[in-house]
Design a protein around this ligand. Structure first.
Ligand SMILES: Cc1cc2nc3c(=O)[nH]c(=O)nc-3n(C[C@H](O)[C@H](O)[C@H](O)COP(=O)(O)OP(=O)(O)OC[C@H]3O[C@@H](n4cnc5c(N)ncnc54)[C@H](O)[C@@H]3O)c2cc1C
Length: 486
């Protein structure tokens, strides 16, 4: 990619924020910023929501497995978001009755304690006592905006009665509720459309190519070949597993992502579908990895693997992953037959996880952050949108998902506050923003440890003439951002 591309004939268009990547995170941010009166452009090299956001297990879970690694704040946030999405986006997000088969009463307590205190190598296996404690904590965290029943522990006899094909090896089973999303790609599209409706001057471009930047103006090529020159105050890199590639293309090389590949298969298996009775079985595979199987649009979704990989452009489900799924299903449900002929399709994605040395891929943190790279001379005030403010905005967005659709509380009016857009613009360009104590917030955030899954690259603000230094300095100023967790 050329660093200083031939500029387009038209003068550059000044905008507030350029978002690169239109997955769930880019689209959510776009919607929220548009609603706050900012002018944004969101651009994706493919279709909206066609990246990782089209390849998940389609669960809107509250993060039960993060309990194991002691990420309680993440569980609290995820359970609340799950409950809010159940209320706000019921056309896509519905409850998912989940059953965990249990193979012992006491197993796993020592390794759970080691994992809780930071070990990323402890062998995993979870017995009934451990799961019972975990689910009680999970219920506690999920109490805010609760819409679903609490968990239950089933005896072996009841579990075999409820799911007749289940392996008789079980000791008991736990049942609880999480949620699933039927069409995550459409949720992405709705967010983009909400954003456009709220901010008519904003634009959403799919199949748009990033042609380069001189540190001030970003050149894009639209789907129809039209060159576009944009002068944003901020570029937000929402490229998911492509984040490092995008940063490199913008002249700010980074090594933030240490992704893992996850694959799924879709089975045409009426007997399995009937045995599941609308439930998901969330089970532990031989290697300790948690797998899942549940009915999806009249078929059965099985997933997922967790294999280190970082190339989202070439990712695909391999033969050994298929063999792994079929073997695990045969052990879980021995009365049913499973073979490759039942597989209708497969899909894979790369989890945009932070780089990590964890021996077990499943123990890499799923928490989020947003490092900021700034040009030299940028004023410290210049990062609230990519900092905690961003998180606040995102949570509010998520709470508002589907705000125009009548929910239990009825449709919500658009959120527009007099002067808010101007104050945000002032902060984006480092100028005075008049928000008093909030000025100090970004500094606190910058002191947090590095755990990055998303990056934001600062370009010079349009009103902030300074030396060209796009993102060369100060990479890795973290703050939490975004969502979408496996
Ligand atoms: C196997 C698996 C299972 C998962 N299961 C779940 C689950 O059950 N529940 C859950 O909540 N989360 C789950 N996740 C996690 C979730 O899918 C991701 O966290 C989320 O989709 C990431 O969204 P994103 O917007 O950050 O990235 P993406 O959706 O990948 O979006 C990034 C976008 O950037 C675009 N892009 C790349 N390069 C450029 C460029 N140069 N210019 C412009 N655009 C570019 C891409 O085309 C892509 O559309 C799972 C992930 C995987 C892999």
């Amino acid at each position: 990619m050329p660093k200083d591309p031939t500029p387009s004939a038209a003068p550059p268009t000044d905008i507030d924020v350029l978002i690169l990547g239109a997955g769930i995170n880019g689209a959510g941010t776009f919607r929220d910023l548009c609603e706050q009166g900012l002018t944004c452009v969101i651009a994706d090299k493919g279709d909206f929501g066609s990246g990782t956001s089209a390849a998940p297990s389609r669960m809107i879970h509250g993060g039960i497995k993060y309990l194991e690694t002691g990420q309680f704040r993440l569980v609290a946030q995820s359970t609340l978001e799950r409950n809010l999405l159940l209320r706000n986006a019921p056309h896509y997000v519905t409850p998912l009755h989940t059953v965990i088969p249990l193979f012992s009463w006491l197993r796993g307590i020592p390794s759970a304690l080691r994992t809780l205190f930071g070990s990323t190598t402890a062998p995993r296996s979870r017995g009934a006592v451990l799961i019972k404690i975990g689910l009680a904590v999970y219920d506690f965290y999920g109490r805010r905006q609760r819409v679903m029943p609490r968990h239950a522990l089933w005896s072996r006899a009841r579990a075999l009665r409820e799911i007749p094909g289940l392996t008789p090896e079980i000791t008991a089973a736990a049942a609880y509720y999480d949620a699933k999303v039927s069409h995550p790609e459409r949720l992405v599209l709705e967010l983009v459309r909400d954003g456009l409706a709220a901010s008519p001057a904003s634009q959403a471009l799919n199949h748009a190519t990033l042609a380069g930047t001189d540190g001030r103006v970003v050149q894009l090529t639209a789907a129809d070949g039209r060159p576009l020159a944009l002068r944003p105050r901020i570029v937000l890199n929402a490229g998911g597993p492509w984040i490092d590639r995008i940063n490199a293309a913008l002249g700010a090389p980074s090594a933030l992502i240490g992704g893992t590949k996850g694959s799924h298969i879709i089975l045409d298996h009426p007997a399995l579908l009937a045995a599941l009775k609308g439930r998901m079985i969330y089970f532990e595979a031989d290697d300790g990895r948690i797998c899942l199987v549940y009915g999806y649009l009249g078929r059965v979704l099985v997933g997922s693997t967790d294999i280190r990989d970082d190339n989202p452009d070439t990712v695909r489900c391999e033969e050994d992953e298929i063999a792994y799924f079929l073997k695990e299903l045969r052990e879980l449900l021995p009365v049913l037959t499973f073979d490759e002929g039942q597989i209708l399709s497969t899909y894979s994605g790369i989890r945009p996880l932070p780089r990590s040395d964890a021996a077990i891929a499943g123990l890499i943190s799923r928490d989020h952050s947003a490092p900021v790279a700034e040009p030299e001379g940028a004023r410290a005030m210049a990062d609230p949108v990519a900092g905690r403010r961003q998180v606040d905005n995102l949570s509010r967005f998520r709470r508002g998902s589907g705000r125009n659709r009548a929910g239990p509380a009825g449709p919500r009016p658009p959120r527009q506050h007099p002067g808010l857009a101007d104050r945000r613009r002032a902060r984006l360009s480092g100028g005075p923003c008049g928000l008093g104590g909030r000025h100090r917030r970004p500094h606190r955030l910058r002191d947090r440890p590095r755990r990055a899954v998303a990056g934001a690259l600062w370009l010079r603000g349009a009103g902030d003439p300074g030396p060209r230094r796009a993102g060369a300095a100060a990479a890795g100023r973290p703050a939490r951002l975004v969502r979408g967790r496996d």
